[in-house]
Design a protein around this ligand. Structure first.
Ligand code: ASP
Length: 314
């Protein structure tokens, strides 16, 4: 099984490639947990020693950027954090020229977040370095899809035959797209639901079904993933107000009753408490949210190791 040199999207990865990545990420996650509890384990800092990873974020990020940087350092790489405001982008340099220069400086991998869908593909054509998509517009957020799958797989053993509901702003969500591709490739059924103006026509072609109400989305689901309304990508008046949204699509103690006992709750963050999730749901026993963040570091370690062809003895 060959892993691609760039991770641009999950749509074109095979199930075998996804499973190879999740297998390695699972190993890294267990090793990190053991190290936190003081147990000795393999030192992974040799895997990318001497390699340089540049993170370039043209959109805000809390989890993804820090998680990639922690992951790169855990593998021994040097990390350079490109600051848009302090760079020559602010003087008018184009994205392609910027990345060609970072390439010439000797970057081995560029981790890119950009508001334009397709920007990572454009960059991959322009540079010799590996390119990892850390979220491009409303297109994909591949490492998010992978980390969600890792957290779910660890709970369930397999995703085969499970039903995952994704609820919220599906139209503008790269997380929804990456999750639909990843979860269906791994054998799960995906149902999406949300305000009708935020469900794109023809989304079923990606392999999911559409639920018209929250009850329909949650009934017999094994997990629900709540998504934030992507205000920054919505220019028109299709937006329900936060109060309206919370009443019809928000997850709280009352609406959670529609889910079977034991079903799990996920959210990629950032969460608007009281809108997509009430605090008791977010901090409650069914929430996988902090575990998703933990999976994120391991998935990004595995991504960098595989894209950069590190010699990993699992
Ligand atoms: N953090 C995720 C993203 O960058 C989800 C979100 O922002 O709502 O797409």
């Amino acid at each position: 099984m060959e892993f691609p040199r760039h991770l641009l999207e999950l749509e074109t990865l095979t199930r075998a490639q996804i499973e190879a990545l999740l297998g390695l990420a699972g190993t890294f996650k267990r090793e990190r947990a053991r190290a936190r509890s003081g147990e000795a384990g393999p030192d992974r800092r040799g895997l990318l020693r001497g390699r340089t990873i540049v993170t370039l974020f043209f959109e805000n990020s809390t989890r993804t950027r820090s998680s990639f940087e922690v992951a790169a350092r855990a593998l021994g790489a040097d990390v350079l954090s490109f600051q848009k405001e302090a760079s020559s982008v602010a003087k008018g340099e184009s994205l392609e020229d910027t990345v060609r220069n970072l390439d010439a400086i000797g970057a081995d991998a560029l981790v890119l977040r950009h508001p334009a869908a397709g920007a990572p593909r454009l960059v991959a054509r322009a540079v010799k370095a590996s390119v990892v998509n850390a979220g491009d517009g409303a297109h994909e957020h591949p490492t998010q899809g992978l980390l969600d799958a890792l957290s779910l797989r660890e709970r369930w053993g397999t995703l085969e035959g499970k039903t995952v509901a994704i609820v919220g702003d599906i139209a503008h969500s790269r997380v929804a797209r990456s999750n639909i591709h990843c979860l269906t490739k791994l054998g799960a059924r995906v149902r999406v639901g949300g305000p009708s103006t935020l469900i794109p026509l023809g989304i079923e072609k990606l392999g999911c079904t559409v639920a018209k109400t929250l009850r329909e989305a949650l009934t017999s689901a094994d997990a629900v993933m709540a998504l934030r309304i992507q205000n920054e990508r919505i220019a028109d008046a299709r937006l329900p107000g936060a109060r309206d949204y919370a009443r019809t699509w928000g997850l709280n103690a009352r609406t959670l009753e529609m889910l079977p006992q034991g079903a799990l709750v996920l959210h990629p963050g950032p969460v608007n408490r009281g809108v997509e999730l009430s605090s008791d749901v977010l901090d409650g026993p069914r929430s996988l949210v902090m575990d998703q963040v933990d999976s994120g570091v391991a998935v990004r370690m595995a991504t960098l190791a595989l894209c950069l062809r590190a010699e990993v003895a699992a």
